[in-house]
Write a protein that binds this ligand. Structure first.
Ligand SMILES: NC(=O)c1ccc[n+]([C@@H]2O[C@H](COP(=O)([O-])OP(=O)(O)OC[C@H]3O[C@@H](n4cnc5c(N)ncnc54)[C@H](OP(=O)(O)O)[C@@H]3O)[C@@H](O)[C@H]2O)c1
Length: 243
């Protein structure tokens, strides 16, 4: 299958994390010119040494940071993977400062990167693709996920509206909605038998997703193989949201 990604400049935020780093590795294997972004310099250096990718440092919560990092950049693709899990809380007990921060990183951060990256992609005149990393938490009600689910629901809505607005520039915008991947973001909670057990039991495939399970559909949606797909939110959930 021809991906059309060879030598294409592709920005991956959250590249210092589990799913982001797996996506960087797969894109580099496909010959893409990957720009790995995050805040942690040590992890960025490690992924650069491992894969030969370029790196960029910015904070998703700062418009000045995002704007200056993406100023004058040439881009064909973007993976909005940076994110934060926040807290496990009900609507009655939630800490509004945590809600604000989750929205800031996950929703506002995705929009900020989309805003400045799509400017660059439109200016390049070659079309392209954006993939937002959402969550199954936006598709079904999960206990304790009031803030996180709200932020990812916003990401899904941004995906659809951005697909509508950017289509005329031949830029496709899609989301993936993974189930639990045992990265540090999720392990402390979903790793508990009393919490993770019932979810695994209900899921047709009865296993957690791996980072690679997420990276492959992300790369597919970036690629020419998905040339007619835009505005979808694709569950990577072992069938959990289908039953
Ligand atoms: N793990 C799961 O179970 C799961 C399931 C569904 C969806 N997701 C989503 O998948 C994405 C990646 O998750 P992961 O599990 O790979 O998480 P992770 O290993 O905790 O990585 C999180 C990434 O987000 C970056 N980040 C966080 N806050 C940032 C900020 N203010 N500015 C810039 N970068 C920031 C981190 O960069 P630095 O450390 O360098 O700041 C890191 O690269 C997230 O959007 C998450 O919501 C995860």
């Amino acid at each position: 299958m021809e991906t059309g990604l060879k030598s294409q400049p592709i920005l991956v935020t959250g590249a210092t994390g589990g799913i982001g780093a797996a996506t960087v590795r797969l894109l580099v294997n496909e010959g893409a010119d990957v720009i790995a972004a995050g805040r942690n310099q040590e992890r960025l250096s490690e992924i650069r040494a491992e894969t030969g990718c370029r790196t960029l440092t910015f904070d998703l919560t700062s418009e000045d940071d995002v704007k200056s990092a993406l100023n004058d950049i040439t881009l064909y693709g973007v993976v909005n993977c940076g994110g934060w899990g926040g807290e496990i809380a009900t609507p009655m007990e939630t800490d509004m400062s945590v809600f604000d921060k989750v929205i800031d990183v996950n929703a506002r951060g995705t929009l900020l990167v989309t805003k400045y990256a799509s400017d660059a992609m439109i200016a390049g005149g070659k079309g392209g693709a954006i993939v937002n990393v959402s969550s199954q938490a936006s598709l079904v009600g999960l206990a304790g996920h009031i803030s996180y689910a709200s932020s990812k629901g916003a990401v899904d809505a941004m995906t659809r509206v951005s697909a509508l607005e950017l289509g005329k520039h031949n830029i496709r915008v899609n989301a993936v909605n993974p189930t639990v991947v045992m990265t540090p973001m999720s392990e402390w909670y979903w790793g508990r038998d009393d919490i993770g057990g019932p979810l695994l039991e209900a899921m047709p495939l009865h296993r957690w997703a791996t980072e690679e399970d997420c990276a492959a559909p992300i790369v597919f949606l970036l690629s020419d193989a998905a040339a007619m797909i835009s505005g979808v939110c694709l569950p990577i959930d072992g069938g959990f949201t289908a039953v």
